[in-house]
Design a protein around this ligand. Structure first.
Ligand code: SF4
Length: 391
């Protein structure tokens, strides 16, 4: 039987899909001609494995959160989805059609897929006002040239991101806006071309905590009002739970777990997801963190064999070094690439008895309620670390 592919839930109307995409960057050695020398010896030139064989689908009216620590490949994947970087292998499909690398497709693609960057301070030019920034996509795409038509379109898109009254904001310069308002201008600029997909790369991480919620709620409103397919990239799994319908967890360039947001955060089945949840701030947490991180992410040039998390995993066993774990079902629409999910290894407590002393210690610690897991009687979103489900 073929193992299921580790990707997000199939949405009823998938807009953008990545199929088995990888991105490898050549590692230019300090010794000139070293790569040619390796080739003569029949050895492959070293590459940085930024993203390896990732599949992902974004559905209309859905928010998918891509979660992982720095260096896990989240932003590289987003740049491939935005076609700012060409995949080394794999396909992108827009509205079910493979995206070809022709000049026409390159010019048309940004009309469907737009990206919002992390830093609203850097993404706006300080010498131009809001009117200039938001007018550019209309002019470049021939949607409005000047005059009342352009003014009307700019006012309309500013109102869509709740920058009202629009007349007040049109002539403001970036330094006259708060961080949240700047990010709203960046989102307005992306929305001007009426895209179907919005890729938001850490859109709130540079903002003050007090204004993050407003921008997250704006994304949620855009999903509902405009049926946008949104990819929300973050290292904060608590905000992912609050906002997203689906969570995809990446580690060392690969997807390790995916599924409905509440299920992934309530019953994380991959040890790395458990580690992320353990690290999420939770003011209501009475017990100390039950699963502590150890070690650091592996080399992206020579990633470990088998499971890439095995050097940090307290449950690692022999098979984890020998074979890459396939995606095992962990619930309804919930998949996890961990050998613990293979039949016979379903309980981490049982695993703790049979594997290493370290694993046994963790397993006994897990007998206490996990900070990321709800008690059986609790309602959805009531005891999420640091936040609650938005809806
Ligand atoms: Fe740990 Fe093995 Fe699961 Fe990887 S496959 S997370 S090493 S138990």
């Amino acid at each position: 039987m073929t193992a299921p592919t580790l990707k997000t839930l199939d949405a009823t109307a998938t807009v953008l899909e990545a199929r088995g995409v990888s991105k490898h960057y050549p590692l230019h050695g300090s010794v000139p001609g070293a790569d040619r020398g390796l080739a003569r010896l029949g050895r492959p030139a070293p590459v940085v494995h930024a993203v390896d064989d990732v599949s992902l689908s974004l559905g209309a009216g859905q928010i998918t959160a891509l979660v992982g620590e720095s260096g896990s490949g989240k932003s590289t994947l987003a740049r491939m989805l935005a076609r700012l970087t060409t995949p080394t292998s794999g396909d992108l499909l827009l509205n079910g059609q493979v995206v070809r690398n022709t000049r026409r497709r390159r010019l048309d693609y940004p009309k469907s897929v737009q990206m919002v960057l992390q830093d609203p301070f850097a993404s706006l030019n300080p010498i131009h006002d809001v009117y200039y920034h938001v007018s550019r996509p209309f002019k470049v795409n021939g949607m409005a040239r000047s005059g009342a038509d352009l003014d009307e379109k700019i006012a309309s898109v500013l109102e869509r991101v709740a920058l009202t009254p629009a007349d007040l904001f049109m002539r403001k310069y970036p330094h006259e806006l708060s961080g949240g308002q700047r990010q709203r201008v960046a989102i307005a600029r992306a929305l001007a071309v009426e895209p179907r997909v919005l890729l938001a790369d850490e859109p709130v991480s540079m903002l003050d905590v007090s204004i993050r919620l407003g921008v997250l709620n704006l994304l949620a409103d855009l999903r509902e009002r405009e049926q946008l397919a949104i990819l929300y990239i973050t290292h904060d799994i608590a905000s992912a739970r609050y906002l997203a319908d689906t969570i995809v967890v990446m580690y060392a360039g690969q997807v390790v777990e995916s599924g409905p947001a509440v299920q992934v955060t309530d019953s994380p089945s991959h040890p790395y997801t458990q580690l992320l949840l353990s690290a999420a701030p939770d003011p209501e947490r009475a017990e100390p963190v039950t699963l502590r991180g150890a070690g650091s992410p592996p080399s992206a040039v020579a990633p470990p064999s088998g499971c890439r998390f095995r050097l940090r995993c307290p449950y690692a066993m022999a098979i984890c070094a020998d074979e890459k774990p396939p995606a095992f079902p962990a619930g309804d629409g919930h998949l996890s690439a961990c050998w613990l999910l293979k039949e016979g290894h379903k309980s981490s407590a049982a695993l703790g008895q049979s594997i290493t002393p370290g694993a046994a210690a963790i397993a006994s610690a897990e007998a206490t309620p996990h900070p990321g897991r709800r008690s059986a009687g609790s309602r959805a979103g009531e005891d999420m670390p640091g936040t609650k489900k938005r809806r």
